[in-house]
Each structure stands twice: as structure tokens, then as C-alpha cells.
Design a binder for this molecule. Structure first.
Ligand code: C2E
Ligand code: MG
Ligand code: MG
Ligand code: MG
Length: 295
């Protein structure tokens, strides 16, 4: 079978390949092309400490695939496809290069005066995390911009860590020896035992937004979040709640002792060009006038 790809050449499919498989291959092909054509974007979503004045802790870098009509394909729809092949490693490398470059620019502009001022979060996929040369690759990416890994927090899901806990332990230690921080992403959604948390060199535990959303209007899942925060603190980790959308959720998280928050209530992910304006508003203290914390 030959399918005309509109002048871009021909591709060949076995006659018994089903439609779904073909669509998947085409999707992957389009994604690969978008990456090569520099059509992907990184957006940045702020993370704030949950204390008076909501000081900025950093931004999480989030991939976006613009479709030219103002809409984006969300990463949940293309990361899993990329993860089925080496494409995820190219994507991951691009994200890292992009963050390193952006970070250098922000530092040159005096917007990120020190690493302590705020950090950038980078999501690592399971497949990236499995690679023995991961840390070398990440470090050389940042070295090309004259930077170390000390301004970065790497976010890794429970599932990715549990594929090979011993390797994960090593990777996390190496990352931290480079000054990076590490976070367990989507905490609570995996099936792993909690005992590994003791052994892993992690700084933050990011509580999945599904638990945060269950906090309001009716706080059913208080017990789960409360236990997660308690456990994290006992083990010396900070907690970050993702997906905070309402003042009720924020107030509830504050009562439960959560350390930091990220969500639409504070800000949606923004283009890199919007970050300087956001930093100015944070400096003036009017980044979130609708949010009032109790003393
Ligand atoms: P994640 O790492 O857990 O990222 C947080 C997700 O929550 C983001 O979704 C963010 O836009 C969304 N979010 C933040 N605040 C709110 C809120 O108040 N309400 C709701 N409903 N959602 C909120 P996004 O950007 O669609 O990304 C989805 C997932 O795709 C990420 O989940 C992460 O696992 C993956 N991803 C994104 N960028 C990358 C990347 O560069 N590399 C890798 N490997 N994965 C990425
Ligand atoms: Mg994340
Ligand atoms: Mg997350
Ligand atoms: Mg998530």
C-alpha cells in the first residue's frame, strides 16, 4: 500500500496494519517534524511558597505543541507517544537546551539574580531517567550556556523511579551532587510502596492535582493530602500541591501545612516572554491580589 503524503514523499504500510496504528505512526511523524522545525514551545508556570506574600519559588517548564490556529495539543496527548520511541530523548534534550538557554538569558537580564532566587522545574520522562548517561547529558546541556544544574529542579514520577529503584537512587544522588533539586511528580497516583521515599534523595513531593481538586467544594480527600504532607515532612521533604484552582483549596492546603502551591488560581502556564512582567508583579507584591492568606 502506498499513501500519498502530499508531495512530501511516499510512505509504505503493510496491508494488515490497522487504522489506529497508522494514525499513531503519522502522529509521531508529525511530532518529530514539529520538533525539527522548532515549532514546539515551552511555557512556564509559577510555583509559590504558601506563606505570607506568596513568595516565588520557581517555574515549571511545560511543553506545548501549537497547531497554528491558536490551539495547542497538550503534552498528555503527545508525551506518551514520544515515550514509545527514541523521540522522547530528542524531545527531552530539546527541553533541556531550551531551559538552559532561557535561564542564561534571564540571568543576563538580571531576572534570576541567584539560584536561590528561584528555580526552573524540568520534567523527565521514565525513558530519559533510565539512561545511564542522563546526568552527563543534562550537565553538558547547561554547561553549553555556562551554567550548572544548580538552578534546576528535576521532576520525576513515582512510576519512573520505581522501574529500577536502585538505579533511581543513584541517578537522584548524582543529580543532587550537581546541585540540582529533585521532586517526585504526581505523588499519590502510582502504585508504589511508600518505603522507597525513605531511601531516595528527593527535595520535594508534588501532590497530584486529583487530590487537590477533591478538596473543594467538599473536602473528602483531606485524609489523603493530610497524610501525604505529614509523611513528606517526617522524611524531610517539602510538599508542593499542583492544580490549585480555588481560594478554598488554597486555604485548606495552608491549614494542612502544605509548603508550596502551583495552579490556575495563581497563574496559568505562560510564554517565556511573559515571565519578566510576572516577576515585576511579584516584586511589587500584586501578582495575586485575589488571594489572601490567613495569618
Ligand atoms: P505535570 O508535570 O504533573 O504538570 C502539571 C500539569 O498540571 C500541567 O499540565 C499543568 O498545566 C497542569 N495544571 C497546572 N495548574 C493547573 C490547574 O489549576 N488546574 C488544572 N486542571 N491543571 C493545572 P500540562 O502542561 O498539560 O502537562 C501535562 C503533563 O505532561 C505534565 O504533568 C508532565 O507529566 C508532562 N509534560 C509536560 N511537559 C513535559 C516535558 O517537557 N517533558 C516531559 N517528559 N513531560 C512533560
Ligand atoms: Mg511536573
Ligand atoms: Mg505533576
Ligand atoms: Mg500531574
Amino acid at each position: 500500500h502506498v499513501k500519498n503524503e502530499g508531495g512530501a514523499g511516499y510512505r509504505f504500510y503493510a496491508p494488515d496494519m490497522n487504522e489506529a496504528v497508522i494514525r499513531r505512526i503519522e502522529f509521531e511523524h508529525r511530532l518529530r517534524a514539529a520538533l525539527q522545525a522548532h515549532q514546539l514551545e515551552l511555557h512556564y508556570q509559577p510555583i509559590h511558597r504558601l506563606s505570607d506574600g506568596l513568595p516565588l519559588l520557581g517555574f515549571e517548564a511545560l511543553l506545548r505543541w501549537p497547531q497554528g490556529d491558536g490551539r495547542y495539543i497538550p503534552p498528555d496527548q503527545f508525551i506518551p507517544i514520544a515515550e514509545e520511541s527514541d523521540l522522547i530523548e530528542h524531545l527531552g534534550l530539546w527541553v533541556c537546551q531550551q531551559v538552559a538557554r532561557q535561564s542564561r538569558l534571564w540571568r543576563e537580564q538580571g531576572l534570576q539574580p541567584t539560584t536561590e532566587a528561584w528555580r526552573i522545574g524540568i520534567n523527565l520522562s521514565a525513558r530519559q531517567f533510565d539512561r545511564a548517561d542522563l546526568v552527563d547529558r543534562l550537565a553538558s546541556c547547561f554547561a553549553q550556556e555556562g551554567l550548572g544544574l544548580d538552578g534546576v529542579t528535576f521532576e520525576i514520577t513515582e512510576g519512573a523511579m520505581m522501574r529500577d529503584p536502585q538505579r533511581a537512587e543513584q541517578q537522584l544522588q548524582t543529580l543532587r551532587s550537581h546541585g540540582a533539586q529533585c521532586a517526585v511528580d504526581d505523588f499519590g497516583t502510582g502504585y508504589s510502596s511508600l518505603s522507597y521515599l525513605r531511601h531516595f534523595a528527593i527535595d520535594h513531593l508534588k501532590i497530584d492535582k486529583s487530590f487537590v481538586h477533591a478538596l473543594s467544594p467538599h473536602p473528602d480527600d483531606l485524609a489523603i493530602i493530610s497524610a501525604a504532607i505529614g509523611l513528606a515532612h517526617q522524611l524531610g521533604h517539602q510538599t508542593v500541591a499542583e492544580g490549585v484552582e480555588t481560594v478554598e483549596q488554597l486555604a485548606c492546603l495552608q491549614r494542612l501545612g502544605c509548603d508550596a502551591v502551583q495552579g490556575y488560581l495563581l497563574s496559568r502556564p505562560m510564554q517565556a516572554a511573559e515571565v519578566p512582567g510576572y516577576l515585576e508583579r511579584v516584586a511589587r507584591g500584586d501578582h495575586q491580589p485575589s488571594v489572601r492568606l490567613s495569618a
